[in-house]
Structure formats: C-alpha cells, structure tokens
Design a protein around this ligand. Structure first.
Ligand code: HEC
Length: 126
C-alpha cells in the first residue's frame, strides 16, 4: 500500500470515527426531523427496494401531520416510532383528530416513510 493510500485510509477511518462520536450521543439532527415529500421521493430506497408511496400522498400527509397533530400535544417526530408502529398510531390518533380516511392514509404513508428515512440516517449501522 502506498503512503498516500495508507494516509487516505487512515483519514477515512478517522472521519468515520468522528461521525460515530458526533451522532452517537442521542441528539437528534433537526434537519432530519420532518423530511419533505420531495426528499423522501428522491431518497434511495435501499435494500429491498420497497414501493414508495406517491409523492402527492406524502406531501398531503406531511401537511396533515403539522396541522392536525399538534393541537393536543407536542409534535411527535416520525423517527420516534418505527414505520410499522405508525400505522396503528395514525389510525388511533386520526380518529381523535376527526380525520377522513384519505387523510389517515396520507398521514400513515408520510409518517412511515419519514420514519424509515430518518432512522436510516440516525442509525446508519442498523
Ligand atoms: C393525527 C395526528 C396525531 C398524531 C400523529 C398523534 N396524535 Fe395524539 N395523543 C392524544 C393523547 C390524549 C395522547 C396520550 C395517550 C393516549 O391517551 O392515547 C396522545 C398520544 C400520542 C402519541 C404517543 C404514543 C401513545 O400511544 O401514547 C403519538 C405518537 C401521537 N399521539 C400522535 C391526543 C391527541 C389529540 C386530541 C384530540 C389529537 C388531535 C391528536 N392526539 C393527534 C395526533
């Protein structure tokens, strides 16, 4: 291995270590808190290449979340629950907020997709 290459590898290792230290203390990077529909639509689907809900649904679901889900309590972030957990939560809370079936479906799509996106970035090793 050349000296240049060894230096590059050491530099990458140091950067990776620093990233782990910076992201490993439980603090949430607010840039990922409520990703936009466009961010979600453009994100790499990753392993499994799941079907991505259509962008219009994600867009509407995000608006439902920020307008209808803050009346009774703080804004829960998508990353606080797993994509699977959001399904039941969106339906239970959707009834409380008197949402239509379409709004609940959009909300569920957004929260599940945003959770997947945020969690992949908060815990890249998982
Ligand atoms: C549709 C948007 C929306 C979302 C998403 C949402 N809420 Fe809640 N939410 C509650 C209450 C009360 C709790 C406390 C736990 C419980 O009673 O089930 C709660 C708890 C939660 C929790 C914590 C998990 C849990 O099981 O307790 C989440 C997440 C949540 N709500 C998400 C009243 C509301 C009301 C008031 C009418 C509205 C509107 C509301 N919630 C709208 C929403």
């Amino acid at each position: 291995m050349s000296v240049l290459r060894a230096g590059l590898v050491a530099g990458l290792a140091a950067t990776a270590g620093l990233t782990v230290i910076l992201s490993g203390c439980g603090d949430v990077d607010l840039r990922w808190a409520l990703p936009t529909a466009d961010e979600l639509a453009m994100a790499d689907s990753g392993p499994g290449q799941r079907r991505t809900p259509d962008t219009a649904s994600l867009w509407r679901g995000r608006i439902v979340a920020v307008t209808e889900c803050v009346g009774c309590h703080r804004m829960y972030r998508p990353g606080e629950y797993t994509p699977g957990q959001w399904g039941a939560l969106a339906r239970r809370m959707g009834k409380r907020a008197s949402l239509s079936r379409q709004q609940i479906a959009d909300l569920e799509a957004y929260l599940a997709e945003a959770s997947r996106y945020v969690r992949a970035r908060e815990h890249p090793q998982e």
